[in-house]
Write a protein that binds this ligand. Structure first.
Ligand code: ATP
Ligand code: PAU
Ligand code: K
Length: 281
């Protein structure tokens, strides 16, 4: 069991929510300190409406708030509704959260970044901002979620560009879904490399996907480093541990320059919240 946490500081409590394509990513902050981060599964819109109503009435639905943060939010809410900073890449889920009275939607125009194109995912913009704030500019971010995205910005916080491909889990599942004879393959839990020249179907699927993804990642990182030799490179997202382990096994010298950080998007959201909330710097 995790420890129950309590608000002990004068800094305001606030919540960050990143609505991704497969899960909702939550973080509880007091001031600039991230106290707790957790994930919940995607919730149908009708169920969200009910949860938000419950929440607005001072009830803390277990479907959203894990036991260890409920006492904290309950106490913090005595001072008024807890500010919620929300970013979403799922438009159908965004507006419904505005029924909660203290919601700020984080949009690209609020971010101190240049050269963003209109349809760029807010998760990518926030991750590059968070990574640049933590590691400096230029910076390249790999976000290994439902999609694997690569996003790079130069020393002037100007978007250089990036790429989008199906993520590890999505590649495995899509191949199974669209073929008759291929079995469900889960990436191996220890993230060791599969045999490249596989002699059974499950290994063959895993080999194909893992070796091409790792080769692609190496190639993109190499190309980025040619442009920006000293650039920091960061990796985040649900599959980052697996992919980084594969990369470590295949190309340790490349893995060594990649800095994993599960909270890049939250650091991006934090810089927006810090500019608005009364927080001691
Ligand atoms: N407990 C878990 N539940 C679901 N997926 C998980 C879990 N742990 C790791 N994963 C992996 O994380 C990937 C999804 O990553 P993530 O949660 O970052 O995606 P997401 O919610 O779609 O976010 P985004 O839209 O930003 O990519 C899946 O491919 C899956 O393999
Ligand atoms: C690519 C995803 C789905 C990754 O979460 C998201 O960033 C998104 O919906 N982006 C919009 C397209 C773009 O970034 O160019
Ligand atoms: K992603």
């Amino acid at each position: 069991m995790t420890n129950v946490i309590h608000p002990q500081t004068v800094d305001p409590t606030w919540l960050a929510l990143m609505i991704g394509n497969s899960r909702l990513h939550w973080a509880l902050f007091s001031g600039k300190t991230l106290r707790e981060a957790w994930e919940i599964d995607q919730v149908p819109v009708t169920a969200i409406e009910r949860l938000i109503q419950q929440w607005a009435q001072g009830d803390w639905p277990e479907a959203i708030f894990p036991l260890n943060v409920r006492e904290w939010v309950r106490q913090a809410a005595k001072a008024g509704p807890i500010p919620l900073y929300l970013a979403s890449v799922v438009p159908a889920q965004t507006s419904i959260w505005q029924t909660y009275p203290a919601t700020t939607i984080v949009t690209p125009d609020r971010l101190p970044l240049k050269g963003l194109y209109p349809t760029l995912g807010i998760d990518r913009a926030l991750a590059i901002l968070g990574a640049g704030n933590q590691l400096g500019w230029p910076v390249l971010v790999l976000d290994a979620g439902t999609a694997l995205t690569l996003t790079g910005a130069d020393g002037d916080r100007h978007l250089v560009g990036g790429a989008i491909l199906p993520g590890l889990g999505l590649q495995l599942h899509a191949l199974v879904e669209h073929t008759a004879a291929l079995p469900i393959v889960e990436a191996r839990s220890d993230s060791t490399l599969p045999p490249r020249w596989a002699l059974n179907t499950a290994d063959a699927v895993e080999s194909g996907i893992v070796y091409t993804m790792v080769a692609g990642i190496q190639d993109f990182i190499g190309a980025w480093r040619t442009k920006f030799p000293d650039s920091a490179i960061a990796m985040t997202g649900g599959d980052s541990t697996s992919l980084l382990n594969y990369l470590q096994a295949k190309a340790p010298e490349v893995a060594a320059i990649v800095q994993p950080d599960p909270h890049l998007i939250f650091w991006g959201i934090r810089s927006v919240a810090l500019a608005q909330l009364p927080i001691s710097q």
